[in-house]
Design a protein around this ligand. Structure first.
Ligand SMILES: CC(C)(COP(=O)(O)OP(=O)(O)OC[C@H]1O[C@@H](n2cnc3c(N)ncnc32)[C@H](O)[C@@H]1OP(=O)(O)O)[C@@H](O)C(=O)NCCC(=O)NCCS
Length: 330
């Protein structure tokens, strides 16, 4: 039987340690004015020190909040998908560690990498398993300790990111008109070097000078990423709307990956809509990579921004580039 998948519960967790732009000025040559005017970021939540709290620790807290909202127990889960570029270990997956922590013994579990588009990709996979009737309860997580892969002396990147985890439980919708309507996903690997980590993989394994060169830390071509993101997100939005003969006026909310407020503003302008239809939290959390989309969804949900029958457009893009759009009916 084909049924649509709904988000029956969502949750999020951010570490309690708030780091303002002013505090970052002690680490790199930057200013609150530069960061706010170029990105909209005022502060971010970061783990206090490496190892103090891990990606899976945060994922567990976000998962528990989502399970509570959905009123289900971890033992009922059929599948756990963790989208992350910062798993606790190279092996095994963060998803298997999370399965163990939650004692979700009936769930298969795996990680996926689509960087900042990870949650959207995870939701799309979960949605297919629900729609096909194969599984009934799937946990999708986006979780990142970005602070552990940033170069804290590179002002081009370290001011942009935050740590967080977010979660969604997907279940079959009792009403076929509700839930995920569609996902449209894209990738363009010609841009693989626009956001990347040069060392630590099979191409350039960690060597004696990796740590001195900071080869295991994120490098980014900010300007190219910015331009590509605006074009790709706008195009993905227009295509999915056109496929379903929906106009942008019929969309009540846009839940978009929070990379940069100026990217969101540029997409809003191209779509011809005002910013108040977007849920915005980049000012407080910065770019939390794969955690960002569901962190934003969860905020909209808990603030009761979404009403019954509202149409939500989800948009995300990340390193690769990988990006996409989804339509969801509350
Ligand atoms: C990174 C970004 C904020 C830079 O903004 P920008 O307006 O494009 O800035 P520019 O690249 O033109 O750089 C302007 C100058 O600011 C400097 N600069 C960079 N980071 C800085 C910082 N934190 N503080 C102060 N100056 C900074 C640059 O060195 C450059 O100086 P130069 O002209 O002397 O070389 C912007 O390009 C961006 O957001 N890109 C997308 C990043 C992103 O979203 N990544 C994740 C995608 S999932």
């Amino acid at each position: 039987m084909i049924s649509s998948a709904i988000i029956s519960g969502s949750g999020a967790f951010t570490p309690p340690n708030t780091v303002t732009n002013v505090e970052l000025c002690k680490r790199v040559d930057t200013s609150d004015e530069w960061i706010v005017s170029r990105t909209g970021i005022k502060s971010r939540q970061l783990i206090a020190k490496e190892g103090e709290m891990t990606t899976v620790d945060m994922a567990e807290k976000a998962a528990q909040a989502a399970l509570d909202m959905a009123k289900i127990k971890a033992i009922e889960l059929d599948m756990i998908i963790v989208a992350t570029v910062t798993p606790d270990y190279r092996l095994p997956s963060a998803a298997c560690l999370l399965q163990n922590k939650l004692a979700a013994r009936n769930a298969c579990a795996f990680d996926l990498i689509a960087a900042c588009a990870g949650s959207l990709y995870g939701l799309s996979i979960a949605s297919q398993f629900i729609s096909s009737g194969k599984y009934k309860k799937i946990l999708v997580i986006g979780a990142e300790t970005m602070s552990t892969i940033l170069n804290w002396s590179d002002r081009n990147t370290c001011v942009l990111f935050g740590d967080a985890a977010s979660a969604a439980i997907l279940e079959p919708s009792p009403d076929p008109e509700k839930g995920f309507i569609d996902f449209q996903l894209y990738s363009d690997g010609t841009h693989w070097q626009d956001i990347w980590i040069p060392e630590g993989g099979s191409k350039n394994p960690v060597s004696a000078d990796t740590f001195e060169k900071k080869g295991d830390r994120v490098l980014m071509n900010g300007r190219e990423t910015f331009k590509f993101a605006v074009r790709a997100l706008t195009s993905a939005a227009l295509k999915i709307l056109e496929s379903h003969r929906v106009s942008i006026e019929q969309v009540h909310h846009i839940v978009a990956h929070q990379a940069n407020l100026r990217i969101i503003e540029a997409v809003a302008e191209r779509l011809g809509i005002s910013l108040d239809r977007f849920i915005i939290n980049i000012d407080r959390f910065a770019n939390t990579s794969s955690a960002s989309l569901l962190l934003t969804f969860d905020e909209g949900k808990r603030l009761k921004r979404f009403k019954d029958n509202d149409l939500i457009l989800m948009l995300a893009i990340g390193s690769g580039f990988a990006w996409g759009a989804s339509l969801y009916r509350m």
